[in-house]
Design a binder for this molecule. Structure first.
Ligand code: BGC
Length: 529
């Protein structure tokens, strides 16, 4: 699965913002990668206060991205090219510009219109204190007050009011939205904040800060994350999705354990739920081995597989994460540095090795646009261009997620490196000219070439079985057999011997392919024995 962030993928009309026309023009490229499907981040009508995760109309396309006809054309053209299309659904909250919220603001406290959201009176004298002490994931309080005294809940930005999933009207509306898109031919859904829909409506205080953006929390009976009441809702969606042939749902559920994750993967719930374990893990072979072992064995016991993720539009890109010393808080580092501790070249090598390893694992793998180019984080974006609400809501203590959302460099020159004819909505680092698609197409040893080769072999040979067998190796080496292919990744600092009778079929380091018997540090290979 290849994740397309529409705002930053390709700009078809030259306004500096990516769009559906841009994606359509790049379908041949997507097909050339050898992926099975794309996941498109929200493309619905939206003020884009949170990059489109603030939806004003779930059945319309944002005008900056295109039209509903363009969306339909994209789906059918992608399908014709052999690519399935899944879209994002955002059920936890709407935009404040959604007609329901506009109606709720105009209505009285206690009205039916307000009951689609979580409106509550405040605490303290005159209700001047928020109903609970919960903090927003983006920073600051998770309640905002209206002039009439009522407070409304928003776990994210104040422009993203949380819906009340105890309200049957909300449930019915989302079934209808899913049906709308199923009828338009989407192959499935990525469900946003799938672990957040149900709140403890006794409104208890937490007496602790909400965890930093999108990290799994470990609190039992958490008042708003991963509550058991979520699952009956998912079963309703699944029953609908199952009425259509060959459609799927993947959950974005940040949960504290594999046991909790497994609940989302029950046969009548999601087909997939992201495993975010690698995202929060340093370059550490014992941790990598533990994650792979636990995840593959536990998902197998429930008849499911793991859905691997190294990157997405919410996290610092991994060539940058892996270029920082282990233990660095990369979210804080973006703003606070020190920036001279970054070894970009080391990070780039490790990230490529990790991608090759990821593509060898059983289960499903998600790549984020630019991963195939080895794009690093644009970590030095000037403050003036930051768009992520995290920057303001955190009182300028967190830079936010713009650095992983910078438009893709398609060509090695031109005003926006081939992204489009206009000034891109976020500036691209000039050195990205050297790692553009155009530059890499011309280089048979490029990261792009490695991904194409690996994806082709994966499709032919690896998806036929979900079995992974560990191969004896030094502790700093991740080595496992997948049938015809063996993957070896050296996470240590010295070269290690590879088996004598093996031919290298893909390598993350172009120097490696010919060197034969030893595996360089920070390198991965696929062997055929
Ligand atoms: C999405 C984020 C978004 C948040 C609120 C997430 O988990 O991936 O990009 O800001 O949900 O919708």
């Amino acid at each position: 699965m290849y994740q397309v962030y529409p705002r930053s993928f390709a700009d078809g009309n030259g306004d500096g913002t990516g769009d559906i026309a841009g994606i359509r023009s790049r379908i041949p490229y997507l097909a050339s990668l050898g992926i099975d499907a794309i996941w498109i981040n929200p493309w619905y009508r939206s003020p884009l206060a949170d990059g489109g995760y603030d939806v004003a109309d779930y059945r319309e396309i944002e005008a900056r991205y295109g039209t509903i006809d363009g969306a339909a054309a994209l789906i059918s053209e992608a399908n014709e090219a052999g690519i399935k299309v899944i879209v994002d659904v955002v059920p936890n909250h709407t935009s404040r510009e959604h007609p329901w919220f506009v109606e709720a603001l105009a209505a009285e406290p206690g009205s039916a219109a307000r009951n689609r959201y979580h409106f509550q009176p405040g605490k303290g004298a005159d209700g001047a204190e928020p109903p609970t002490d919960w903090t927003s994931v983006f920073g600051g309080p998770s309640w905002s007050r209206l002039p009439d005294g009522d407070w409304y809940l928003h776990l994210f930005d104040s422009s993203q009011p949380d819906l009340n999933w105890e309200n049957p009207e909300v449930r019915a509306e989302f079934l209808s939205i899913l049906e709308f898109w199923l009828e338009r031919g989407v192959d499935g859904f990525r469900v946003d904040v799938a672990h957040g829909l149900v709140k403890d409506m006794t409104w208890p205080d937490m007496e602790s800060e909400t965890d930093e953006l999108l990290t799994a929390n470990s609190q039992e009976n958490h008042p708003f994350w991963d509550r058991d009441g979520i699952h009956p809702i998912v079963r309703e969606w699944r029953a609908l999705v199952d009425r259509y042939e060959d459609r799927m749902m993947v959950a974005e559920a940040w949960v504290p354990s594999l046991e909790r994750l497994a609940l989302y993967l029950r046969p009548d719930e999601y087909h997939q739920s992201f495993s975010f374990d690698f995202v929060g893990t340093d370059w550490d072979p014992s941790e990598f081995r533990r994650i792979i072992t636990e995840s593959t064995t536990k998902t197998a016991t429930i008849g499911s597989t793991t859905t691997w993720v190294l990157n997405n539009h919410d996290v610092v890109r991994h060539p940058t994460r892996y270029g920082l010393p282990n233990g660095t808080n990369w979210r804080a580092w973006l703003l606070d540095g020190p920036h001279d501790i970054l070894d970009a070249e080391l990070g780039a090598r490790r990230a490529l090795a990790a991608n090759l390893m990821l593509l060898a694992l059983p289960g499903s793998a998600y790549l984020y646009q630019g991963d195939e180019l080895g794009l690093p984080e644009a970590w030095d974006l000037p403050i003036e261009v930051l768009d992520d609400p995290v920057w303001e809501r955190s009182n300028h203590t967190r830079k936010g997620r713009d650095g992983c959302r910078v438009p893709i460099p398609w060509t090695s020159d031109g005003p926006s490196l081939g992204f489009g004819d206009g000034e891109p909505w976020l500036p691209q680092p000039p050195e990205w000219a050297e790692i553009s698609v155009e530059a890499q197409e011309a280089d048979p040893n490029s990261p792009l070439a490695m991904h194409r080769k690996a994806l082709a072999i994966r499709a032919e040979e690896l998806v036929v079985s979900e079995t992974l067998t560990w191969v004896d190796s030094a502790p700093e080496v991740i080595a496992f057999n997948r049938g015809t292919i063996e993957c070896w990744m050296n996470m240590g600092t010295t070269a290690v011997d590879l088996p004598a009778d093996a031919a290298i079929v893909v390598a993350s380091d172009s120097g490696q392919a010919t060197s034969g018997a030893s595996l360089k540090p920070n390198t991965a290979v696929w062997l055929r024995r």
